[in-house]
Structures are given as C-alpha cells and as structure tokens.
Design a protein around this ligand. Structure first.
Ligand code: AP5
Length: 213
C-alpha cells in the first residue's frame, strides 16, 4: 500500500503516521523530519532549507522533490506513507509523474482536519525527542519523566518553528499553498477524510478504518 497523509500543521500527521506506518509495515517518509535531519547534519540541502523552515515558508520544490524521489524509489517492495509531501499542487504533479515513471500508484490519499484553535494548542505544547523524533505534548501526552523521552530517555526539545509567530505563518502558508490539494485530490478514488479533532486513540481508529476500508 502507498499512501499520502495531508492536512494542516499540528493536525497529527506525524504522531498518527508513525504509528500507522509501523502497524501496516510501511516506510514512514516525512519530509519535515528528512529536512530537519539535513539541517542538523549540515548537508548542502539542509543549508539551503534552513531559512525557509525557520520562517515557516515552504522549502523550494526542487529540493524536496529530489529528496523524496530517492526514498520512494529506493524503498524496495515495501509500501510507503508520505507525511508532509506533497505540500502544493506542483509537488502533487511531480509525485504523480515519478510514480508513473516507476509503474507505481497511490492507493489512498487521506486528508486530516481539525479546527485552527486546536492546531495552535497542539503545536505550542509539542515536545520532540532529539534521538527518535517521537512527539509528546505538555498537556495531551506528557512524558513520564519531565523533559525526557519515554522510549529512549533522551532529552526533549521544542521545534524552532513551534513559536507563536512562526505557527501563524505556517498556517497562512498552509491555507494558500497546501489547502488547494483538497480540490486536486477530492475526486480521486482513494481519497478519504478524517476528522482529527478528537483524542488520539479515536483519531487513530478512524484513520486506520479510512485506510483499510
Ligand atoms: P513538517 O515537519 O511537515 O511540519 P507540519 O506539516 O507543519 O506538520 P507538523 O509536524 O507541525 O504537525 P503534524 O501534523 O505532524 O502534528 P504532530 O503529529 O506532530 O514541516 C516543517 C517545515 O519543513 C515546513 O514548514 C517547511 O518549511 C518544510 N517542509 C516539509 N515538507 C515540505 C514540503 N513537502 N515542501 C516544502 N517544504 C516542506 O502533532 C502535533 C502535536 O499535537 C504533538 O505534540 C502531538 O502529541 C499532539 N497531538 C497529535 N494528535 C493529537 C490529538 N488527537 N489530540 C491531542 N494532541 C494531539
């Protein structure tokens, strides 16, 4: 199975996508995580991407498309779950062309949505493990030991782009550039919508059903 999860910042793509990919045996390909690793490692792509990410803007398509193509095609027979890509209509077209070129296709495109006040609350309270990337939330899913990851004990941090002014910019960029994907995918046979406003377990059950149904 090959699937795309898309939706606004903070809707739960990373949290739910990581778990769904594990349960379904898919590669979890999250462009945000891939870009943050490139910034951390100081690669050429990372150096070019950093200023865009810090400002809440999209990284130019040619950087992101190249990075994702390597991973989709180097993934053997395992399916993939794309989280955070495509992010605009040009990336959706590029994805279609790359899949066509390799005799592949998308089985599901799932749109996750939640009200904006919930997104802001989720992003402002998010904490992430420096080692494994697992997300916690100060209020909704706090770690057992403050400031430490439950899984690997490593320190948790707040993303630079989870500051209030950058969150506002990311939501603006989402509305202008990513929301048009709804019109692009809505009539595709594998399109599904999931209301992600509820608590995590209930959202996961709905997502799993949307994917397997
Ligand atoms: P990226 O990392 O993809 O960020 P994003 O899309 O803004 O999404 P987030 O990771 O912020 O949110 P999420 O939906 O994954 O939510 P999460 O599960 O963590 O991109 C970052 C930047 O990289 C972009 O701004 C851009 O610059 C660049 N970039 C990435 N991809 C690109 C592309 N394709 N093209 C160009 N540029 C690109 O959940 C959030 C919090 O809420 C967590 O704390 C979680 O514990 C909590 N939570 C989750 N679900 C629930 C729930 N149901 N109830 C309560 N709390 C919940």
């Amino acid at each position: 199975m090959n699937l795309v999860l898309f939706g606004p910042p903070g809707v739960g793509k990373g949290t739910q996508g990581m778990r769904l990919a594990q349960e379904e045996g898919l590669a979890h390909l999250a462009t945000g995580d891939i870009l943050r690793a490139a910034v951390r490692d100081g690669t050429e792509y990372g150096k070019r991407a950093k200023a865009f990410m810090d400002g809440g803007k999209l990284v130019p398509d040619e950087i992101v498309v190249g990075m994702i193509e390597e991973r989709i095609t180097g993934n053997g027979d395992a399916g993939f779950l794309l989280d955070g890509f495509p992010r605009n209509v040009a990336q959706a077209r590029a994805l279609e062309a790359m899949l066509d070129g390799h005799g592949m296709h998308l089985d599901r495109v799932v749109f996750m949505h939640a009200p904006e006040d919930a997104l802001i609350e989720r992003l402002s309270g998010r904490l992430i493990c420096r080692a494994c990337g697992f997300s916690f939330h100060r209020q909704y899913s706090p770690p057992r030991v403050a400031g430490r990851c439950d899984r690997c004990g490593v320190e948790l941090y707040q993303r630079d782009d989870d500051r209030a002014e950058v969150i506002a910019e990311r939501l603006k960029v989402y509305r202008a550039q990513t929301e048009p994907l709804l019109a692009y995918y809505r009539d595709a046979p594998g399109f599904r919508q999931v209301d992600a406003a509820g608590e995590m377990q209930a959202v996961f059950a709905d997502l799993k059903q949307a994917v397997e149904d």
